[in-house]
Design a protein around this ligand. Structure first.
Ligand SMILES: Cc1cc2nc3c(=O)[nH]c(=O)nc-3n(C[C@H](O)[C@H](O)[C@H](O)COP(=O)(O)OP(=O)(O)OC[C@H]3O[C@@H](n4cnc5c(N)ncnc54)[C@H](O)[C@@H]3O)c2cc1C
Length: 481
């Protein structure tokens, strides 16, 4: 009888366990196939064995016996095959997503948050609430922190480095299941080298981020700005606020021709001593006050935000989180490329892109009314990233990011690829560098030779047999076809 009760209890307990797919989905629609392909669906992970370990012990035994190549998928938002691992092993750390330690920021010292390798920015935001903040956020807090820093993901701000710069400690699990860690105090030089790593140094099992005091963001959005005025203001306009995004669908013909829309953001209070002027309304109009749909929100479950507002850092800096700090659903509607050029070339670089893009078809801009028009390009976005010292960072100097969202319709894929190549070619004279997670050619990953050699040497020390390397990273980091 006792055996029967135990069996029933065990069966019920098992029945209550969410499936691997449910773990990786984490309650947000759009991630159901994450163990098979990336979020947008342009990269299949191949016939890999997928494992979603529930503990560090399970992770260790999965890594020790794993068939190569071994890759980890974070939230699968990279458009490049960084997590592809045909014939090998695909790991998801969706169940290793706990906050391990939190120290609140004080008047005279930074705070910190230590998390497991599967934790997302949403989960960090939810844990912090109003007790602290991160210096910046990417557009989507759906990303895992480990996955975002691995590719050098960034927000916008002339005084703000990419998100990897906020990491003060990183721990990797190596192919033999042991761990190695780096931190700012013990290994100040090496932590620079390992922050941006493309998954080549092992599995990130835990990491610590700086936490600054809670702040609010005042956002001011202006629509229908004459595009030429926006271009003429580069790069100085970035100094007029803490964070700025400039979008346009207006290089070609169509409903947005010749127009841009701009969001200025001011931090209150600012976490650094940089004196940024108060917001001075630019000459081109009044701020947009009407509520708008959040980025990529599912029309069946739309979420709205006020583009000109003052609100918490988390929901005002990020685009795909609602006022209750829950992730909004995201429709996989775009394919993206992003290239960086030194900031001093901002104006010439944008003009060069305008020239190649002038014949393309553009979708209606976000602000337009009437029947929406779909083109090959949805929008360009220009942001700014302060230079950092990570060895394989795509922004070693203060940079302008030239981002393009392409219509993800598979029928337009070849046209989109040609357009990516054209943008890359237009930016080559300015010393172009590509985002590690977005579409580009391998040649656009320009890393200073001495830094690249040091990074490769560290990869060899961590992983002498190259277990954590897939075809893609061999091509972009080791130049092997
Ligand atoms: C809608 C959308 C908006 C975007 N907005 C921005 C933006 O604002 N700014 C920007 O810079 N980029 C942006 N990106 C690109 C995105 O930030 C990067 O692709 C980022 O790496 C995605 O994080 P992820 O958790 O999905 O990682 P994945 O794409 O799953 O993985 C990225 C890399 O990290 C590795 N990895 C993940 N977890 C681990 C781990 N625990 N240990 C070891 N390696 C690991 C993977 O193997 C892979 O190499 C955007 C992408 C999309 C789809």
């Amino acid at each position: 009888m006792i055996a029967l009760i135990l069996l029933c209890t065990a069966t019920r307990a098992l029945a209550l366990q969410p499936s691997d797919a449910a773990w990786v989905q984490r309650g947000t629609p759009g991630y159901e196939k994450l163990l098979e392909k990336n979020w947008v669906g342009n990269v299949e992970f191949g016939s890999a064995k997928a494992i979603v370990p529930a503990s560090l012990e399970e992770l260790e035994s999965a890594v020790r016996g794993a068939r190569a190549p071994v890759r980890v998928v974070g939230r699968g938002h990279s458009f490049t095959p960084v997590a592809e691992c045909a014939g090998g092993t695909l790991l998801s750390l969706a169940r290793l997503n706990r906050v391990l330690d939190f120290r609140a920021p004080m008047a005279d010292r930074l705070g910190s948050i230590t998390i497991e390798g599967g934790c997302t920015y949403t989960e960090v935001i939810q844990h912090l609430g109003e007790r602290g903040a991160l210096r910046n956020l990417p557009s989507c807090p759906q990303f895992t922190v480990a996955g975002a820093i691995a590719t050098g993901t960034h927000g916008s701000g002339i005084h703000i480095q990419n998100l990897a710069a906020d990491v003060s400690m990183l721990e990797f699990m190596l192919p033999n299941g042991t761990t190695v860690s780096y931190d700012r105090e013990r290994t100040p030089e090496l932590i620079e080298g390992v922050r941006v790593h493309l998954g080549c140094l092992g599995v990130v099992t835990k990491l610590t981020l700086d936490v600054v005091p809670y702040f609010e963001v005042a956002a001011y959005r202006y629509d229908d700005v004459p595009l030429e005025t926006a271009i003429e203001s580069l790069p100085d306009v970035f100094k007029t606020c803490d964070s700025l995004s400039i979008w346009t669908s207006g290089f070609g013909t169509g409903p947005g021709a010749g127009l841009a829309w701009m969001t200025y953001r001011h931090f209150h209070p600012h976490w650094s001593s940089h004196a940024v002027p108060k917001h001075v309304p630019p000459a081109f109009g009044t701020p947009q006050l009407a509520k708008m749909e959040r980025y990529l929100t599912d029309p069946a479950d739309p979420k709205f935000f006020s583009p000109t507002t003052r609100g918490p850092w988390s929901t005002t800096l990020a685009l795909t989180i609602d006022d209750e700090l829950e992730e909004t659903s995201m429709k996989a509607l775009d394919l993206q490329s992003e290239f960086f050029v030194p900031l001093e070339h901002a104006q010439d670089a944008v003009r060069a892109v305008a020239e190649v893009a002038s014949g393309w078809s553009f979708s209606s801009p976000h602000s337009s009314v009437g029947t929406p028009v779909k083109g090959i390009v949805d929008a360009f976005e220009f942001r700014c990233v302060k230079g950092d010292g990570s060895w394989i960072s795509p922004h070693p100097v203060d940079s302008l990011g030239v981002h393009t969202s392409f219509n993800a319709d598979p029928a337009l894929l070849e046209e989109a690829k040609d357009a990516v190549a054209a943008i890359e070619a237009a930016l080559r004279p300015f010393g172009v560098r590509a985002h590690w997670g977005k579409l580009s050619s391998a040649a656009a990953h320009q890393i200073e030779t001495s830094k690249l050699e040091r990074f490769r040497a560290l990869c060899d020390a961590h992983d002498p047999d190259g277990v954590f390397r897939n075809e893609h990273v061999r091509r972009v980091l080791w130049g092997k076809d």
